[in-house]
Ligand binder design. Structure first.
Ligand code: 5GP
Length: 352
């Protein structure tokens, strides 16, 4: 489906260097790109190699990139954590088929069996990030704001940044009110600190997929509902949400048009320098128990950020390194200003 003046654009969800690609017919003809780049498709005539150029590139010469189909299949075969399973085995001897598949995973050099597999449509490649068709989108003045999802490892300063943003303009930014099954404390009011509900209702809501995320703490449930996001947006506010990156997948709908910001730690050296006297709240369940950062906390933060970026990096719209808090906050502010006024690339599926 052509999106802009008959042109088709895709967002690359992986890094690509034709010089490292053994399968490309001619390395010089390849187009290199990075995760997040926007490419314009010039030709999809060939099933294996598409022709594309970088969006906005005045040079009319297109380069070769692996087609979605081709890339999905070879990536799925290389990544054992992705379930690659035959869906239809009726016209093959299933044991022989499985053996050839196992071989191709164990030995990456067995190209024969890889290409044999490529021909069939028997693999579940839903979780293999390759390309996503995108289209330019700009928020209209009367339109609801987009949901902004903040993700990042524990201790990176995400809550501090969120708090600064909220107090910078309380009319403009809003956060969700969580649900809980614990009893209301005397100074609390329903709908302010929490929405207080019964265990039975909470469980029913969980079953009906009403929650984005939930957890248990001291025999009570706590969770963030989808409706709580809706009610912030309905007040004509920007909704700030911090969740685990795996929940983002379910929020990527036309209704929320989530913009995902990854708050990334700086190098371990900079962490040691800048967080020397700071304290860490090690987890949601340890609220109030802030302790000075240890060397292990820094290592854990870096490790966790790396895992998040490699697993969910294709879902991030923006990466902000929180080295100096003031600088990171300025960058965050600028990001929000641009989000509300400039044109951004969003999946085509959001506009239909
Ligand atoms: P309290 O009962 O003292 O208000 O909070 C207990 C714990 O529940 C805290 O550690 C708090 O961070 C956690 N909590 C509050 N809201 C949510 C939520 O929406 N989801 C999850 N998973 N935990 C929450």
């Amino acid at each position: 489906t052509p999106s802009k003046e008959g042109k088709m654009f895709i967002k690359a969800l992986f890094d690509y260097d034709p010089n490292e690609d053994k399968a490309i017919p001619c390395k010089e003809a390849g187009l290199s790109f990075k995760k997040g780049d926007i490419l314009q498709i010039m030709s999809q005539d060939d099933a294996t190699w598409w022709q594309a150029k970088h969006e906005g590139d005045a040079n009319p010469r297109a380069g070769l990139i692996p087609s979605k189909h081709f890339q999905e299949r070879r990536l799925a075969l290389r990544r054992p954590e992705i379930i690659v399973q035959p869906l239809k085995v009726s016209n093959r001897k299933s044991s022989g088929f499985r053996r050839s598949f196992r071989l191709s995973r164990k030995d990456k050099k067995t190209n024969k069996s890889m290409y044999e597999c490529k021909k069939s449509d028997q693999y579940d490649t839903a979780d293999v990030p390759t390309y996503e068709e995108v289209t330019p989108y700009r928020r209209q003045t009367n339109e609801k704001y987009r949901l902004v999802v903040l993700v990042g490892p524990v201790g990176v300063g995400l809550n501090e940044l969120k708090r600064k943003l909220l107090i910078s303009d309380t009319q403009h930014y809003g956060v969700t009110v969580p649900h809980t099954t614990r009893a209301r404390r005397s100074q609390e009011s329903d709908g302010v600190e929490y929405i207080f509900i019964s265990k039975h209702l909470f469980e029913t809501d969980v079953q009906n997929n009403k929650f984005i995320e939930y957890g248990e703490y001291k025999n009570n449930y706590y969770g963030t509902s989808i409706d709580s996001v809706r009610s912030v947006l309905a007040k004509n506010k920007v909704c700030l949400l911090d969740v685990q990156p795996h929940t983002v997948k379910h929020l990527r709908t036309l209704e929320f048009k989530p913009y995902v910001i990854f708050i990334k730690p700086p190098s371990i050296e900079r962490l040691r320098e800048t967080r020397k006297n700071a304290k860490i709240i090690s987890s949601r369940d340890d609220q109030g128990a802030a302790k000075p950062f240890t060397e292990e906390d820094f290592q854990e933060m870096i490790k966790s950020a790396q895992v998040m970026e490699s697993q969910y990096g294709h879902l991030f719209d923006k990466i902000i390194v929180n080295d100096d808090l003031t600088v990171a906050f300025k960058e965050l502010k600028t990001t929000f200003d641009k989000l509300e006024t400039e044109t951004h690339w969003v999946p085509v599926s959001w506009l239909h």
